[in-house]
Design a protein around this ligand. Structure first.
Ligand SMILES: [Zn+2]
Length: 221
C-alpha cells in the first residue's frame, strides 16, 4: 500500500462533511437573501389613488376608505411607484418627458427622505405644459439636460444602483393612462452597470459648465 492511502477514507468523510456543510450554508444564505426582483409592467394603467403609497394625509387613520373617486387597488402605476419608493440612497432618472404628478410627488418624497436624486432630461420636452422639471428643481433636485439636436430619448431609472427600471414609458399622464407601453424592472448588475455608466457619461457631458448656449435645431421654432 502506498503511504498515506490508509488515511483517505477519513479524509473523504471529512471532505464530504465539509462539502455538505458548505452546501447547507449556501442554501440557508440563499433562502435568507430575497430573490432579485424581476418584473414586467404593461401600460396603459388605470388611474389609481397614490395617496397611501406617497404617505399623503388621508381623512382617517389608514387603512382607510379614501373618499376620492379613484380606485384604490393595485395597478401598473402603483407597482412602478412602489419600486421607486423603495430607494434608500440614490435615484438616477433619465427621462425624455416627465409630467406625471404622482411620479413627480414620489421623486420629491424621496428627495425629502434624503435620497440623492439626479435627473437627466431632454431640453425640448422640459418646457412643455405640465412638466414636473420646474417643480423638481424648485424642490432642490439636481436636473441636467441635453443640448443636442437629437432627442435625449431614454426612459430609465436606477434605484440604489442595483435596480434598473426601463422601457418605452415616458413619465407622462398621457403615456401612463392611454398608451400601450412596457416597463422592465430588473435587479441585475449586468444590466444596471452599463446603464449607470451611460448615466454618468451624460451627467458629465450635460454639466452646466459645458453649456454653450448656441441655438440648436430643437429650439428653433
Ligand atoms: Zn384615494
Amino acid at each position: 500500500m502506498r503511504p498515506g492511502l490508509e488515511a483517505l477514507p477519513g479524509r473523504w468523510a471529512g471532505g464530504a462533511a465539509l462539502a455538505l456543510g458548505l452546501a447547507l450554508l449556501v442554501r440557508g444564505w440563499r433562502r435568507r437573501r430575497p430573490a432579485p426582483r424581476r418584473e414586467v409592467l404593461f401600460f396603459p394603467s388605470p388611474a389609481t389613488c397614490p395617496a397611501a403609497l406617497l404617505g399623503e394625509p388621508g381623512p382617517a387613520p389608514c387603512p382607510c376608505p379614501c373618499p376620492c373617486p379613484l380606485p384604490h387597488g393595485d395597478s401598473p402605476l402603483a407597482r412602478l411607484l412602489r419600486r421607486l419608493l423603495s430607494a434608500r440612497r440614490s435615484l438616477e432618472l433619465c427621462l425624455f418627458a416627465f409630467s406625471s404628478p404622482p411620479l413627480g410627488r414620489a421623486v420629491q418624497l424621496l428627495h425629502r427622505r434624503g435620497v440623492r436624486v439626479r435627473l437627466v432630461t431632454d431640453s425640448g420636452s422640459m418646457g412643455l405644459t405640465g412638466s414636473q422639471i420646474g417643480r423638481l428643481r424648485q424642490a432642490g433636485i439636481q436636473v441636467r439636460h441635453d443640448q443636442e439636436s437629437g432627442y435625449m430619448h431614454h426612459k430609465f431609472a436606477i434605484v440604489d444602483k442595483k435596480m434598473l427600471i426601463t422601457g418605452s414609458l415616458n413619465w407622462t399622464t398621457q403615456a401612463i393612462q392611454s398608451n400601450r407601453e412596457n416597463v422592465l424592472i430588473v435587479e441585475d448588475a449586468e444590466y444596471v452597470e452599463p446603464f449607470l455608466a451611460e448615466f454618468e457619461r451624460m451627467w458629465e457631458e450635460y454639466n452646466p459648465a459645458n453649456y454653450t448656449f448656441f441655438p440648436n435645431k430643437k429650439e428653433q421654432k
